[in-house]
Design a protein around this ligand. Sequence first.
Ligand code: MRU
Length: 329
Amino acid sequence: MKVKMEEGEKDLKAVWMDDNKVKMIDQRFLPSELKFYTAGDYKDIHKAIKKMMVRGAPAIGVTAAYGMAQAIIQEKKIEKVAEHIKSARPTAYDLFNAVEFMLDHAEKPVKAAEDYASNVIEKCRKIGEHGSELIENEDRILTHCNAGALATVDYGTALAPIRIASERGKDIHVFVDETRPRLQGARLTAWELHNEGIPHSVIVDNASGHYMFRGEIDLVIVGTDRIVSNGDIANKIGTYEKAVVAKENDIPFYVAAPVTTYDSSTETGRDIPIENRDEKEIKMINNSLIAPKDSPARNPAFDVTPAEYISGFITEKGIFSPSELDDMF
Ligand code: MRU
């Protein structure tokens, strides 16, 4: 991904491996500071995923793959490491996929992890190629959370079609939900679009219905943490509402994801484990309370969007309807 820096524009990845260390952009500090975190062992990898220094399903998967490679080189007890890394977050299926992949490819761990990462990048590029066909000149596109390069190592899922449509000269505008409580839209998606010079506006989460009702949004594209067998998906809290309002207003609602996000062993969205996070994320902003200290808060990080609200899945293999998923994956 392009990043504007004082010394000029740089090409950065969200996470990479260097000299047996796993390095990543520490996303908690964006957009005000570009800081990096180095994970020296599997405990650091667990911390980086749990504390959301790195986040977004495919990027979590790649971080886990690098963490497994590092642990194998360090001759750690690999089954124990695998369980520890998998316990970092419960919803993103890529995490489990990546750890299992590394257990099956433990003989040449660094090469396996690098292959896993390059595969994710290449899949996202193809998602971009396929998805860009859905975007017309002058389209106004709504996206939720951050499903960009930061969430996938490079290109993104939901942002890949947007990047490629823009590179090909389509004049588009992206509406970016701020995405409470951790503001991945305002902080991260807007940062990526700004770096790429793609026109966009950040809106509060509550405003998307207003723009859809007024006919100011032509298309919705989101990413996902898990697609299950019946075509339901889990994605950042608030996605369900966007999908329902999009259907109500006849606006196409697409979900972009690589095959590593597909969990064929889970039947319906109701069976997806949903992460509940600390109530502080809701009640505190910049270390200040914004709700009474003693008021309890609830903070599910994801919700489920049933397949009936999804117009199609944009994958590395093409665009499919929910009923075609099983054959395609
Ligand atoms: O809690 P996060 O920031 O990890 O949630 C991320 C999302 O919900 C993304 O939309 C999803 O992981 C897809 S990333 C390509």
